[in-house]
Design a protein around this ligand. Structure first.
Ligand SMILES: NC(=O)c1ccc[n+]([C@@H]2O[C@H](COP(=O)([O-])OP(=O)(O)OC[C@H]3O[C@@H](n4cnc5c(N)ncnc54)[C@H](O)[C@@H]3O)[C@@H](O)[C@H]2O)c1
Ligand SMILES: OC[C@@H](O)C(O)[C@H](O)CO
Length: 278
């Protein structure tokens, strides 16, 4: 047995790695992107609106210059901003190609946070909305995984994919009706297992991170105008509160790390304050 320090103590550093973070101007991405930058990664932020994504990238760079100066011997990683609808495969393919060219390397970490939620009673759900959300939350997760994996496979390089699912992929939320969101996230969890099995031979690990309720723009949309909604949600969480985005950073770094999670693939890591236990 090799008991050397590097063989026994996992590293969460991401020096020399390029991370693509979809949903890059969203609430979860704001904190995750800072943690990735702090660990030494280069980062490509991708979202629907270019101006908002560029603003998020600028804030990230400024944060890096102010907070990471002298913190580690590696230089602060390059940050780029991209506009792309992950539900449109041609856009995704073009965007991922441009990202790799721009950073002059093949991205080896993908974190798919892009997605949205909407509420309609099942019997009234408009078909165009149903198709729209499945296309983004479901097919989008597949499109970004495929566009990310192809250049890794052809260059024989290992990588890690983290698809953000939700506890809604396993439980049914109450009281808000959101059957298509729930279906899309259940699909993400099983897509993860399928890709993990198919791509293990290429050294690409694929995992889902399934959060419970987090305070971000996504949930603020649902809560706003429904003052009792937050209380209803929190009453069902054993920890009796919603999460803050920073409470997912440890899980992301674990799944991204080639030493800490080298044998972890196809997993659904649920981080929900105990919601699924009751
Ligand atoms: N907030 C929660 O309580 C919660 C809980 C469980 C899972 N999640 C999941 O976490 C992820 C991040 O959510 P968040 O809370 O940060 O929400 P958010 O709304 O702050 O961020 C999501 C981002 O995805 C982007 N996006 C939406 N559709 C897109 C598309 N077609 N192409 C590219 N980008 C697109 C949005 O513009 C937004 O910036 C989502 O997948 C969400 O389903 C959130
Ligand atoms: O289940 C938690 C999340 O996926 C999300 O915050 C919620 O379902 C939105 O209604």
């Amino acid at each position: 047995m090799d008991y050397s320090y590097d063989n026994v103590v996992p590293s969460f550093r991401l020096d020399g790695r390029l991370a693509i973070l979809t949903g890059g101007s969203g609430g979860l991405a704001a904190v995750v992107s800072r943690a990735l930058l702090a660990q030494g990664a280069q980062i490509a932020l991708l979202d629907m609106n270019l101006e908002r994504t560029k603003a998020a990238a600028k804030e990230l760079e400024t944060w890096g210059q102010e907070s990471l100066k002298g913190a580690h011997e590696s230089p602060v990683g390059a940050v780029s901003a991209w506009s792309c609808n992950i539900g449109d495969f041609e856009q995704v393919e073009e965007c991922f190609k441009n990202i790799n060219e721009h950073h002059d390397m093949v991205a080896d970490l993908l974190i798919n946070t892009a997605g949205y939620c909407e509420n309609f009673p099942a019997e009234e759900y408009p078909s165009a909305n149903a198709e729209g959300i499945l296309k983004v939350n479901g097919l989008g997760a597949f499109y970004v995984s495929q566009a990310f994996a192809r250049p890794l496979i052809s260059s024989n390089k290992k990588g890690s994919i983290i698809l953000v699912g939700s506890m809604s992929g396993t439980i049914v939320n109450d009281p808000q009706p959101q059957c298509m969101y729930n279906m899309s996230k259940a699909g993400v969890i099983h897509l993860t297992r399928s890709l993990a099995c198919e791509w293990a031979k290429f050294n690409i690990r694929v995992n889902t991170l399934s959060p419970g309720y987090i305070l971000t723009p996504l949930t603020r949309n649902v809560i706003s105008g429904h003052s009792d909604m937050k209380e209803a949600w929190e009453s069902k969480v054993p920890m009796k509160r919603m999460a803050e985005p920073k409470e997912f950073v440890g899980s992301i770094l674990y799944l991204a790390s080639e030493s800490a999670s080298s044998y972890t693939t196809g997993h659904n890591l649920v981080v929900d304050g105990g919601y699924e236990c009751w």
